[in-house]
Design a protein around this ligand. Sequence first.
Ligand SMILES: C[S@@+](CC[C@H](N)C(=O)[O-])C[C@H]1O[C@@H](n2cnc3c(N)ncnc32)[C@H](O)[C@@H]1O
Length: 287
Amino acid sequence: MAHRFGGAWTREKLSILRNYLGFYSTALKNQPFSLLYVDAFAGTGKQNPKLDDAQGDFLAEEDFDGSVAVALEVVPGFDRYYFNDLNAERVRALEEIRDKHPAKDIRVSRQNANEFIPAFCADLSSRDRAVMFIDPYSTELDWETLRHVANTEKVDLWLLFPISALLRMTPTEGHSIRPEWSKTITRLLGNDGWQEALYEPKPLPPMDDMFGDDNAGDQYNRLNVEELTDWVTKRLEELFSHVARPVRLDNNGRPLFLFYFAVSNPSERAWRLADKVVSAITKETRR
Ligand SMILES: C[S@@+](CC[C@H](N)C(=O)[O-])C[C@H]1O[C@@H](n2cnc3c(N)ncnc32)[C@H](O)[C@@H]1O
């Protein structure tokens, strides 16, 4: 079963993930830990990317591995793999993959990631260490779920933050956000502090222009993409010991996702090493 989405940016994120998993499983292989890979929005293991004008023939009709297949190919690999998805058909595809790899310990589940992740985190033992990949389509992940990941102190996280959805839901001028979108943004960002933080008062117009102004509701400007990125990064830094500057994944020049690496381990030595490796891995793609 192929799974249609993505494009060049999908390859970019998977290439970064592949390189990090290779580093991680090699670096920790002789340590007294159980190494776990957890894919909370796992998909099917296959991708059949959509074509668009900008990508042209480059990706034409070409299937390539999804994150699950990427993780399973990594050497030396992990002691256990957790693949979770909400979609029944995709879970069946994941079960087939599990059955084709009898030598690997693969756990497949079908849960909302916002329930799966807290339960997974609560079950971690002191000997477990994990890399978690959170790869939603859009705004499916609740901010509160990330708090569980951060509190483990044992998980390195790769997170796709849906900056395009946030941009779409927050008009550049004014504060007139649809109520259902406000709810979604608050769930995505953890509280309603964004209502103040994302908007700045416009500079006052010259006195002459103030009369007859019929746009009294549009007195605010939203942060631009870079400022918004910095703000999301700061919010993540409130939870995690270390958050790397994200890689921005674009489609046709438009920002789609911020690809974050965050470390829950409070040991500075641990996150400095991880950060050095991540900087090298993402150097080519970081914008
Ligand atoms: C972007 S795709 C994942 C792609 C996959 N990580 C890969 O690289 O091959 C997002 C997946 O999340 C699943 N999904 C959507 N909402 C979910 C939720 N609340 N909890 C768990 N999975 C969900 C979808 O069924 C879909 O397979």
